[in-house]
Write a protein of this length. Structure first.
Length: 370
């Protein structure tokens, strides 16, 4: 994906039952000290400290995804469980606003993903009917237009989406247990769907383009258990098992085409990451026990950011991987943070959209500059 379009998603299985609330509103909290709204002056007030603002309250952010356009506008797709809708939230007008993308029939966990495509349209992919339908919605006009990528599948649980450096939108998703992993490539107004792997899988799908015009997909195989990586760089997809089992797989690509894969090692729950450099995977344990690995992004110096929720303290944390070494810092330790989260970068800026529990759940936007 191009540098300004660092799409990322929340981990599907990193969601548990929570309080059902309603209501919405925007309040600056916890050190958001800019004298003007951060959405209109992020650069002017951005430093190495974390700042946070509440965008909405209630059961409105069960799953979140975030991306940033070339001008620095922030775009969030989220699942509002209270209204059974996919909601789009953005600050491109200078203030935060929200609108409905789609009303769901039988949502389950629809796992929304969001990108800004090569012509500047905002695109959202999501599941419905408990994963039996895979949908793509685009905002090419002031209204959202939705089309199905695939319907009546065996039931997907996880999807991811990316805009390749070739300008093409790619959506990867699983088809629950018996039908493997699929990749849908948008060609004009139609979709070309390819089977990446036909073996039994249990979701946790992530996708990047690497190299240009080609695709790399990561996912979790059911039997024998393993983290899988498949690429079509040499032609047809060739799935490769990594030497361990892991959940919550997430991918990132650096400008030099190095790839980071972050995951939780099973059954220990340890945060692990693997670097693909010069045609070779190198695997790194961390010793850190985590609940979920949510997302991966690329920083402006070519290093990687790993967004995860630590088991200890239920903290949302950011890990930075440079030269194979991981350092970590807290993003939010207020209450119970990070049941769902996504990350995106734009130049020096790092932006995160996440869910925080409390008297009632909150959709929070956090940002910093590095």
């Amino acid at each position: 994906m191009t540098a300004p379009l660092n799409l990322h998603r929340c981990s599907l299985l990193a969601l548990i039952a929570s309080l059902a609330c309603s209501g919405s509103g925007e309040t600056l909290i916890d050190g958001a000290v800019d004298t003007v709204p951060p959405d209109t002056a992020v650069d002017a007030g951005c430093d190495a400290s974390w700042r946070r603002e509440v965008l909405a309250t209630g059961d409105v952010s069960v799953q979140n995804a975030i991306t940033i356009d070339a001008s620095g506008g922030i775009h969030i797709a989220r699942y509002d469980r209270g209204t059974a809708t996919i909601v789009y939230t953005t600050n491109v007008s200078g203030t935060w606003s929200s609108e409905t993308v789609a009303t769901l029939t039988d949502p389950g966990l629809p796992d929304p993903a969001i990108v800004v495509d090569s012509v500047g349209h905002v695109d959202v992919a999501h599941l419905d009917r408990r994963g039996r339908d895979v949908w793509f919605a685009t905002r090419a006009t002031p209204t959202w237009m939705s089309t199905p990528i695939e319907t009546n599948t065996p039931g997907a649980t996880s999807l991811d989406m990316v805009v390749g450096r070739d300008g093409v939108v790619r959506v990867a998703y699983d088809r629950t247990i018996t039908a493997g992993v699929r990749l849908a490539i948008r060609a004009s107004t139609t979709w070309q769907v390819t089977t990446v792997d036909g073996t039994d899988v249990i979701g946790d799908v992530a996708v990047i383009d690497s190299p240009p015009g080609k695709t790399t997909v990561a996912y979790r195989r059911l039997s024998p258990p393993a983290v899988m990586v498949a690429s079509d760089a040499s032609g047809a997809f060739s799935p490769i098992p990594l030497p361990f089992d892991g959940a919550f797989a997430n991918l990132g690509r650096a400008p030099n085409d190095d790839v980071l894969l972050a995951y939780t090692r099973e059954p220990s729950g340890e945060l692990g990451y693997s670097l693909y450099t010069g045609g070779t995977w190198t695997h790194y344990p961390t010793g850190v026990v985590v609940d979920y690995v949510h997302d991966v992004a690329t920083l402006r110096d070519g290093s990687f950011a790993v967004l995860y929720r630590a088991t200890a303290g239920r903290e949302l944390r950011l890990g930075t991987v440079r030269g194979g070494q991981l350092t970590s810092e807290p993003i939010d330790a207020v209450g119970d943070a990070g049941l769902s989260a996504g990350i995106a970068t734009h130049g020096a800026e790092i932006h995160i959209a996440y869910r925080r529990e409390g008297a009632q759940p909150e959709l929070v936007h956090a940002w910093t500059c590095r």
